[in-house]
Design a protein around this ligand. Structure first.
Ligand SMILES: Nc1ncnc2c1ncn2[C@@H]1O[C@H](COP(=O)(O)OP(=O)(O)O)[C@@H](O)[C@H]1O
Ligand SMILES: O=C(O)C1=C[C@@H](OP(=O)(O)O)[C@@H](O)[C@H](O)C1
Ligand SMILES: [Mg+2]
Length: 167
């Protein structure tokens, strides 16, 4: 069993919201590893960062991604930092991985002051710039296709992913 596709990209790329619309268009289930982590931890992501720290969150994230890749056959959205783990990049090999790309102006506008994303709670613009520069090569490394989301509606992004999945 494998996901129809796995969505990766920076915070604000639209992995969660566009992923849900894509799953609906395909008539398949939708799963987000951030949600799985919250269920396993029994608390929201900001509380995991406060109580146990980022390293613990990343451990839960590696486990959540590996479990979902092995047991889910719908559209799977990862958290923006999941690809930082070499182990996760390795288990993504062989999957259909779509990189939803977003650059700083649109990403900042979409995530505002973080909205439940603890890494972006302080100085979101500078932090997002750092994250984008650090992660862009990793998203490109794991992706089998890339879709630009800047200046495009979620519907346009879904249409392009559907075209990719049909090809
Ligand atoms: N293509 C888009 N155009 C405009 N707004 C978008 C687009 N994709 C997502 N958004 C908005 O950006 C915010 C972050 O989207 P989300 O799906 O949570 O991104 P991610 O899961 O990649 O961090 C949400 O408010 C969402 O509605
Ligand atoms: O970029 C990151 O490191 C993170 C992104 C978030 O997910 P989204 O990319 O869906 O916002 C969430 O996993 C957590 O706050 C950490
Ligand atoms: Mg998300």
């Amino acid at each position: 069993m494998a996901p129809v596709c796995v969505l990766v990209g920076a915070p604000g790329a639209g992995k969660t919201s566009t992923g849900q619309a894509l799953a609906a268009a395909l008539g398949v289930g939708f799963r987000d590893t951030d949600h799985d982590i919250e269920t396993i931890a029994g608390k929201p992501i900001p509380e995991i960062f406060i109580d146990e720290g980022e390293e613990h969150f990343r451990t839960l994230e590696r486990e959540a991604v590996a479990t979902a890749l092995a047991s889910f056959d719908g559209v799977l959205a990862l958290g923006g930092g999941a690809i930082l783990a070499e182990e996760t990049r390795a288990v993504l090999a062989g999957h259909t991985v779509i990189y939803l790309s977003v650059e700083l102006p649109d990403a900042v506008r979409r995530v505002g002051l973080g909205m439940g994303r603890p890494l972006l709670a302080i100085n979101p613009r500078a932090t997002l710039k750092y994250l984008l520069d650090q992660r862009r090569p990793l998203y490109e490394q794991v992706a089998t296709s890339a879709v630009v989301t800047d200046g495009r509606t979620p519907e346009q992004v879904v249409d392009e992913i559907l075209t990719i999945l049909r090809s």
